[in-house]
Design a protein around this ligand. Structure first.
Ligand code: MG
Length: 383
């Protein structure tokens, strides 16, 4: 018989979060949130297996973020968190464990000690949850003003993991079907199960909105992820022609940019910024201008190559910021298309891609209209 299974609840829609990628699969410190959560549980010596309850719409996100990990087959959740947990528990009845830890995917900074305290408490108690004593002074509101100050003595904030002997929590969940209880401890309490409080951790925060992300990442004591910043700079001269390619977008103009490749200064500067953050040479060392195979090349391939190097190192791109320096053509109208195109190439959200433009007040070579310069910065998360 398996002793302890961790059930990770990742079935929410993440509606409060916005964005194309659901909250539980968004990167935190460069790693999808659910993956980080699951990896911590998997690595705990007292956890024998992990089952993730997912939203049926998120299967491809799950496969991409967690598909390579040795997990039990995922289970599709229900309309509420409570129903999702119940479905997860039912999926374990074929080979029921002694104990189950129920944990929110949105608490990616759960630490080994907290898991240990919850699992160990189950040696003597039928149920135990991680929780921390309330330290803020609590007010009860009446018509927008303080009605009273609530005595905080004895008040705790419930976290997850919440641990239970399997058979009683399964039965308690079956009995509680259709109710709206906000955590599994409440399901247990209703069934008369005594729930032990064990110390959680202040860094075990629940990521609810995007505002929580920097705070959550900042609180992580995990030294495994490092932020790297790189910069890039490039110049190409004008030559007779009728269009320039900037940041992957073709702009009609009274000249073209000359170069060995398509002379996209924007993508070249961004590629160099990423290579700089990797401390892995520059665009010329990866794609020598003496090599005829890059003649007229679409610069998208240079950027893709840099992104592949980041991925190969297990890293992730945080953001990119590029400034195009020229008097003409006007950049502003093309900015959304440039951000969109670079986001595609970088595999990020357009919100993580900035395009800026400036003139040099007709001073210098850009001011005289002899060419276009670009400078860029990129941040990466590297393990
Ligand atoms: Mg160049």
């Amino acid at each position: 018989m398996v002793d302890c299974i961790a059930l990770v609840v990742a079935a929410g829609t993440g509606e409060r979060f916005g964005g194309a990628v659901p909250k539980q699969y968004r990167p935190v410190n460069g790693e999808p949130m659910a993956r980080r959560t699951v990896r911590t549980l998997l690595s705990h010596p007292k956890v024998d297996g992990v089952l993730v309850v997912i939203n049926g719409q998120h299967r491809s996100h799950y496969d991409q973020a967690l598909g390579d990990l040795p997990l039990l087959p995922p289970v599709t959740g229900g309309a509420s968190r409570q129903e999702s947990v119940c479905r997860g528990l039912e999926a374990l009845t074929g080979d029921p464990p002694n104990r189950v830890l129920i944990h929110d995917a949105a608490r990616p900074f759960v630490d080994m000690d907290t898991i240990d305290r919850v699992v160990t408490a189950l040696d003597t108690d039928p149920a135990a949850i991680a929780a921390i004593p309330v330290t803020d002074t609590l007010k009860r509101e009446t018509d927008g003003c303080i009605g009273e100050t609530v005595d905080r003595a004895g008040l705790w904030r419930a976290q997850t993991p919440q641990g239970f002997r399997f058979a009683p929590i399964l039965e308690a969940h079956r009995q509680a079907a259709g109710l709206a209880l906000t955590d599994d401890a409440a399901v247990a309490e209703r069934a008369g199960i005594r729930v032990r409080l064990v110390p959680g951790s202040r860094s075990n925060v629940k990521v609810t909105t995007t505002e929580d992300l920097p705070e959550a990442a900042g609180r992580s004591s995990d030294p495994a992820w490092r932020v790297r910043v790189g910069t890039g700079y490039d110049v190409h001269r004008f030559a007779p022609g009728d269009a320039v390619i900037l940041c992957g977008v073709t702009l009609p103009h009274t000249a073209r940019l000359a170069g060995h490749s398509d002379a996209d200064v924007g993508l070249h500067a961004v590629t160099d910024a990423i290579l700089g953050a990797l401390a892995d040479g520059d665009i010329g060392s990866h794609f020598p201008p003496t090599d005829p195979q890059w003649k007229g090349a679409d610069s998208a391939m240079f950027l893709r190559h840099a992104v592949e190097l980041v991925t190969a190192r297990g890293g992730q791109i945080g953001h990119v910021d590029v400034t195009l320096i020229c008097e003409r053509p006007k950049i502003g109208p093309h900015r959304p298309a440039m951000r969109q195109r670079m986001a595609e190439l970088l595999g990020t959200d357009p919100g993580a891609v900035s395009v800026k433009a400036t003139t040099t007040e007709r001073l210098g070579f850009t001011g005289r209209g002899e060419g276009i310069a670009a400078q860029a910065a990129a941040t990466l998360y590297l393990p």
